[in-house]
Ligand binder design. Structure first.
Ligand SMILES: Cc1ncc(COP(=O)(O)O)c(C=O)c1O
Length: 264
């Protein structure tokens, strides 16, 4: 009996092989491995696709979440409300930064975070909400953004499982998942709907000041070359991954429509 894989990355690669091989070959020929033109090109194309002002590429989805919380200058002891049903990374980075993860329940019909449970968990120490859009389905962002405004909280969307999903808001507008909160984070892990051939991630924001701070944090806290004003991290998307992602971005809607999300 032939086993049918849930994600067939080999079959997907066969369909785009000439383009991918040529793009990787060009980077090897130019040795533009880090911060090469392919990274800028992918960043701009993703900004356009998502309809967001700033995309900050980084090394993986976990880093994206960590950098987002660092850029918001959250302090040890601050409470961050997130869902009890997610991949460990969402809660892990909260704990890693010595913030307090506050896990709340999900809705039974979507498995996404329950806005009523968020409201019950808000305390004077709450600083941020991290909704996770699971299985390509967005959390109730209208209710979450209303709560954030009412209680003066940041919203960091964990969009690792919903890139390309549309959220239809109560204002009648549709926005891409990950571009509704103050910051959106995603993962380009190979099996994601937009996956590279290694590790990769990105952070999105429409806020110019936050974008500047996010770019500083991903680059060793560096504002002026070799002047490190903040404690940051080293989190880069490499050029080969960016070139692969740029090729797959053109097919993302097609991948998302297909059963399994990865080409069929
Ligand atoms: C919901 C969610 N958040 C965060 C991550 C972390 O992404 P990465 O593996 O790129 O660090 C994942 C990856 O599976 C995820 O599914």
């Amino acid at each position: 009996m032939k086993q049918i894989p849930m994600v067939d990355l080999v079959g997907q690669y066969q369909k785009i092989k000439p383009e991918v091989d040529a793009a990787i070959g060009e980077i090897l020929t130019n040795a533009s491995f880090i911060n090469g033109p392919a990274v800028k090109q992918f960043q701009q194309n993703l900004e356009q696709y998502l309809g967001v002002k700033h995309v900050i590429p980084c090394a993986n989805g976990t880093d994206a979440l960590q950098v987002a919380m660092m850029a918001l200058n959250l302090k040890p002891g601050d409470e961050v409300i997130t869902t009890s049903f997610t991949f460990i990374a969402t809660a892990e980075v909260i704990a890693l930064l010595q913030l307090t993860p506050v896990l709340v329940d999900v809705l039974p019909d979507t498995f996404n975070i329950d806005p009523a449970a968020i409201e019950r968990a808000i305390t004077p120490k709450t600083k941020a909400i991290v909704p996770v859009h699971l299985f390509g389905q967005t959390a109730d962002m209208d209710a979450i953004m209303d709560l954030a405004e009412k209680h003066n909280l940041y919203v960091i969307e964990d969009n690792a499982q919903a890139i390309g999903a549309d959220h239809y808001g109560k204002d009648g507008h549709s926005r891409k998942a990950g571009t509704i909160g103050h910051i959106g984070c995603t993962s380009f892990f190979p099996s994601k709907n937009l996956g590279c051939y290694g590790d990769g991630g990105a952070i999105f924001t429409n806020d110019d000041e936050l974008a500047t701070q996010l770019r500083v944090v991903v680059n060793h806290g560096m504002v002026v070359r070799y002047y490190h004003d903040y404690v940051g991290v080293n989190s880069r998307l490499d050029s080969i991954q960016a070139a692969i992602l740029d090729i797959k971005l053109k097919r993302l809607d097609e991948y998302n429509k297909a059963i399994g999300g990865n080409g069929w």
